[in-house]
Every structure is written in C-alpha cells, then in structure tokens.
Ligand binder design. Structure first.
Ligand code: SME
Length: 158
C-alpha cells in the first residue's frame, strides 16, 4: 500500500473523486482501526480538495464528540438535533447547506466557513458518526459530493 496520494489535477470535481476513491479504499483496506481510517480519510479529502475543514463527529450518548479531522480547531461537542451535524444525525439524512448563514441553528466553529455538507454514517440501523465537510466558498457542495462522500464513508467498518 502506498501512503502517498496521486492527486488528479483536474478542474472536474467528479474526476477527482473517481481518482481518489480507489486510493482511499486501498488506504483503509486491511486496517481495522476506525480512528486510523477516519484520520486518513480526513487527510486524503483535505489534500485532494483543500476543503476548509474535513472531519468526523462520533455519537457518544446524547452528543456528537469531535473525532479525527483536518483543519482549524473545532467545537468538541454537538447535541442531538443541534446544528447541521446534530440535525443530520437526528434525521439520518445527508444535509447540504449552500449558505450556512441561512441554516437556522448552524454552529459556526469558524466564521470563515460558508457552506457545508454533513453525511450520517449508519451501522446496525443507527447513526454512529457523521462526516462534516466545510468550505470557505458558498455553494461548494452538491449531489456529486454526496455520492462520493457516501461511498467513502461506507468503507468504514464501525
Ligand atoms: N457547522 C457544524 C459544526 C461543526 S463545524 O463546522 C466543524 C454544525 O452546524 O453542526
């Protein structure tokens, strides 16, 4: 397994995901440790897309607790149903926020973040974590991000 990513210098987002996805699969293949795998997924996404913030929050009781991430320091705990992350957990569905200023209850870990996507991760019919990706640009995320980020987190064995 190579620990070096080959990043496609394409302007096309889907081409980048298509090149990245098998590399993520081989990065986490054969490694059972969930923290190690979440850490490498965060790093691979950050390195490929230079997103402002990429990371995981893990369900612990009634809260989400900060897990492996890449980017500026972030809030450590989010309650069920709060913010974009807590809402994605409560509703067990991906939430794409084109402009965080228009999302009621958005939790601003950084005022620089402008748009966001949160993907719930399900194991045994329960949300066990979420993947949160933030951008400094408005309207950064769409169904292409949803499709490939969902495929990526499905590789995690909780
Ligand atoms: N904006 C998120 C909080 C987490 S940070 O963006 C890293 C939310 O509203 O849930």
């Amino acid at each position: 397994m190579s620990e070096e990513l080959k990043i496609t210098h394409s302007e096309n987002k889907e081409e980048k995901y298509i090149a990245l996805y098998p590399q993520i699969c081989s990065l986490i293949e054969g490694e059972k440790d969930i923290i190690a795998n979440m850490a490498n997924i965060s790093a691979a996404l950050k390195e490929t897309f230079n997103f402002f913030w990429v990371g995981f929050y893990l369900v612990k009781g009634t809260q989400l607790v900060l897990g492996p991430f890449q980017g500026p320091v972030a809030c450590t705990r989010i309650a069920y149903g709060k913010g974009v992350c807590g809402t994605a957990w409560e509703e067990n569905k991906t939430i794409i926020v084109p402009d965080v200023n228009n999302f009621p209850g958005h939790i601003a870990c950084s005022s620089l973040s402008q748009s966001e996507i949160v993907i719930p991760i399900v194991s045994n019919n329960h949300v066990v974590a979420v993947l949160d990706v933030d951008s400094e640009s408005l309207n950064c995320f769409d169904e292409i991000d949803q499709k490939y980020l969902t495929l990526i987190v499905e590789q995690l064995n909780f």
